[in-house]
Design a protein around this ligand. Sequence first.
Ligand code: ATP
Length: 364
Amino acid sequence: MAPAAQRLEAEGLIRRFGGRAVVDDVSLAIGAGEVLCLLGPSGCGKTTTLRMLAGVESPDSGRIRVDGREVFSPQRSVPPEGRSVGLMFQDFALFPHLSVAENVAFGLTGARADRRARVVELLDRVDLSRHIDAYPHELSGGEQQRVALARALAPKPLVMLMDEPFSGLDNRLRDGIRDETLTLLKEEGTAVVMVTHEPEEAMRMADTIALMRNGRIVQQGAPYNLYNSPVDKAAAAFFSDINVIRGRVDGGLTRTAFGEFLAPGHSDGNFVDIVIRPQHLKLDFHRDGQAPLPTSQNGVPALGHVRRARFLGRDSLIEFEMAFDGSTLQAVVPSVFLPKPGLPLWLMMRRDRCHVFPAVSAKA
Ligand code: ATP
C-alpha cells in the first residue's frame, strides 16, 4: 500500500530576486496535526517560503503538494483560494465594520444554518461566545487574535500558514494564546507552518523546527535535537548564548584547561571550537584551593573568579574570568545563587553537553 500523503509537501523550492536565491532548495513535509516552525534570523527567507506555500509568491522552481494534490509545479499554479490553506499574519486585520460572528463567517460557504453553527462552535472553542455580536474595536488584542484564529480555521483548511502571528501581543498574553492556539490547531488536525525568529517560540510550538540561514535549511528536526545536537556553532548560538573555547588538535585530541577533548574528524594542527551553553557549566566551591576530582562526565575542573553576577529572576547569569588565560566564560545557574565579584569557583564542563566544531567565525 502506498504511504499516506503528507498534508503539505514542498520539494526543492527556489525563489530568486535580482539574481540572488533568497530561498534556495527548500524541501518540507508536514503531516496532519503537525507544527513545523521556520526559524531563522531576519532576511533568511522564511516569509518568502511561506508566501510560496500560500500561493502569493511564485517559485522559480520546485513543487508543492497539499494532501497529495499538486498545487504548484513548473506546469501549474493553483491560486491561494484553491489550495485549502488558511493564513494568519502578524497584522491579522479583522474587518472593522463586521461583527465578530461576521468576521469568522467571512470565508464560509454553504447553508446559512451550517455557517452559523460553525461560527458558534469556533467562538465557543476560543472562548469568545459572549462577544459574538461585538465589533473588533471593542475587543482586546488577545481577543482579536483569537477571532482571527477562528476566522482562519472556519473553512477547515488542511494547512495553516502563520507568519509571526503572536509578535503583536504583549508578553503576558502571549504564552496563553500560543498554547490555546496550539491546542485548537491540533484538535482540528491542521498541518501548520509557522514563521518565527524567536527560538523560544519555535521550541514551545513546533514538532519540527527547520532552521534557515541564507535561504537554506541548515538543520531540521525536533526542538530537543536542534538544541542538544546543533549542526554547527552558529546553529548552537541561535538558541542561547554559548561559551566557546578554542583549541588546537594534536594527536586527535584538543587540550584545554578543562582537560582533553576528542576531536574526531578534525586533523592535527587544525583549530577547533569547543562549544558549551552557559547552563551546562557546573560550578563547585573553592575549598582551600582543593579542586573537585575530575570525572569522566564532568572533566577537569578549571578555576575562575566571578567578574559579575546578574539576577535574572529564575536564573542567575555569572560571568567568570578564567585563571588559566584570563578569558571570559558565562554560567547560568538557579537564582538562589548570586555570588559576589571576586569569589573563586571551580567550573566543570559537562562532557555530554560539549560540541566540537571546526574553528570558523560564523553567524546564524
Ligand atoms: P524577516 O524575519 O525579517 O521577516 P525573512 O526570513 O522572513 O525575514 P524574507 O522576507 O523571506 O526573510 O526575505 C528574504 C530576502 O529576500 C531578504 O533579503 C529580502 O530583502 C528579500 N526579498 C523579499 N521579497 C523581495 C522582493 N519582492 N523583492 C526583492 N527582494 C525581496
